[in-house]
Write a protein that binds this ligand. Structure first.
Ligand SMILES: Cc1ncc(C[n+]2csc(CCOP(=O)(O)OP(=O)(O)O)c2C)c(N)n1
Ligand SMILES: [Mg+2]
Length: 339
């Protein structure tokens, strides 16, 4: 189902989803050629969660995210040139190349902290929500994390305080299937959590919690906007588990792109290698969204192909700019830290 928003906004969501997809796909060959090192994770397969969800926020709200942050930053309007330069460890990156893929922080977009420490941000986001409540600044905090974060003690501790103190925080858990094992099918379920469904955990702390189909942009948009309204009205925290199906390229330790995305795949996936075809046919949120736009006569196939081409050219340009950005000077190494 499409989000109930104006056509311009629907097309803007489409553009943002393509930005994420092309950006993420373009990182893989860069890494494989040694243009950047270190680990990294891609947001492919979760675009129909992040894009509509973050559109429900105000410009001055706060966000905290994880090792799978690129899509969140881009959904919120990050500059692909500066994000790519950051991931490549270059001086023109958002954090002068010192944060890298796992720790890109963009306070101007509300991202106060990004951490690869699984669940590390949950108490921090709760703290930011506590500050907003104390300062009465009307800002809410969105904490974005994966299903794996619920296995950490930090998560329930934070749910407890957020609930007791009725803090303005949205816990958005993106459940993309079991970590480190094969791809999940249908509703993702972790076998490393005793709490089933995962929403039982926040509910035990009286945090209202619900599951949504993270491939369904309309349901995500409606659910998040209602949750955000309740939080802004002072009702306290909310927890939403968005379920997606792990992109096959994220199954192994390092991302693998067997198929570069283009809009035409929405209507014919025969070009996709058989090994991964089923995911593109039925689980790819970007292609699902594209088909929905056309079926609802909100856009023609040609219009979508034009958005796709334009975004691809922008991302190619962003990569070029990032690759030509210099590394930070050695004397920069000890600057911008605090202890
Ligand atoms: C505290 C901690 N333990 C272990 C890791 C290693 N690690 C990195 S990603 C990850 C899985 C996280 O799964 P999930 O939260 O579901 O996120 P996903 O990668 O599936 O989006 C783990 C265990 C870590 N980064 N931090
Ligand atoms: Mg996960």
């Amino acid at each position: 189902m499409l989000p109930k928003v104006a056509r311009d906004t629907l097309l803007d969501f489409c553009r943002r989803m393509f930005v994420i997809r092309h950006f993420e796909e373009s990182l893989v060959p860069l890494h494989d050629k040694g243009v950047f090192g270190g680990h990294y994770h891609l947001y492919i397969g979760q675009e129909a969660t992040g894009v509509p969800a973050l559109s429900c926020l105000r410009a001055d709200d706060y966000l905290f995210t994880t090792h799978r942050n690129h899509g969140h930053l881009l959904a919120r309007g990050a500059d692909p040139k500066k994000l790519c330069a950051e991931i490549l460890g270059r001086a023109d990156g958002y954090n002068k190349g010192k944060g890298g893929s796992f720790h890109t922080v963009v306070p101007s977009l509300g991202f106060l902290h990004t951490s690869a420490v699984v669940a590390g941000i949950i108490p921090l986001a709760t703290g930011a929500a506590y500050a907003s409540k104390a300062l009465k600044n009307g800002r809410i905090t969105v904490c974005l994390f994966g299903d794996g974060a619920l296995e950490e003690g930090a998560a329930p501790e934070a749910f407890n305080l957020a609930s007791l103190w009725k803090l303005p925080v949205l816990f958005l858990c993106e459940n993309n299937g079991k970590y480190g094992a094969g791809r999940a099918t249908g509703a993702a379920q972790s076998s490393t959590m005793a709490a089933h469904p995962l929403t039982d955990l926040p509910k035990a702390y009286k945090v209202p919690a619900q599951q949504v189909d993270g491939l369904d942009s309309g349901t995500v948009h409606a659910t998040i906007s209602q949750a955000v309204e309740k939080i802004r009205r002072g009702e306290g925290p909310q927890f939403i588990e968005a379920q997606t199906v792990r992109w096959p390229g994220s199954e192994s330790n390092w991302p693998v792109v067997l198929q570069n995305t283009n809009a035409s795949l929405a209507w014919d996936v025969n070009a996709v290698p058989e090994k991964v075809r089923e995911w593109y046919r039925s689980c790819d949120p970007l292609l699902i969204y594209t088909r929905e736009l056309v079926e609802a006569k909100q856009a023609t196939r040609e219009e979508i192909a034009a958005i796709d081409r334009k975004v691809k050219a922008e991302i190619d340009e962003a990569v070029k700019v990032a690759v030509s950005s210099p590394y930070p000077k050695p004397e920069e190494a000890a600057k911008d830290y605090f202890a």
